[in-house]
Design a protein around this ligand. Structure first.
Ligand SMILES: [Zn+2]
Length: 95
């Protein structure tokens, strides 16, 4: 298949954008909960990976965590992997 210059340039740009996107995801994102930015309480880092934990109600009652409802929001520190648990939603800050 023949690729002209323009097509190669386009592919190169697509590749770069893809790499940037992956890098950004790897680095993690900044988040806030109730208007307060999340900072890792262990290492102070400010980039996290968002996750959700589904907990069955039996487990919740056992740990006296019924206030969590059936899901908890987790921000995992990208640097040290410390897991921060929140009952309120975690909101991604545009960066
Ligand atoms: Zn950390």
């Amino acid at each position: 298949m023949y690729y002209d210059r323009e097509r190669i340039e386009e592919l190169r740009k697509q590749g770069e954008e893809y790499v940037k996107k992956v890098e950004k995801r790897e680095k993690g994102y900044r988040y806030q909960v109730n208007d307060t930015e999340i900072k890792c309480i262990h290492c102070g880092h400010d980039r996290f990976q968002e996750d959700k934990a589904l907990l069955n109600s039996r487990g919740l009652s056992f740990f006296d965590l019924d206030w969590l409802n059936d899901s908890a929001n987790i921000a995992v520190c990208k640097k040290c992997s410390f897991m921060h648990w929140f009952a309120d939603p975690i909101i991604k800050i545009d960066n």
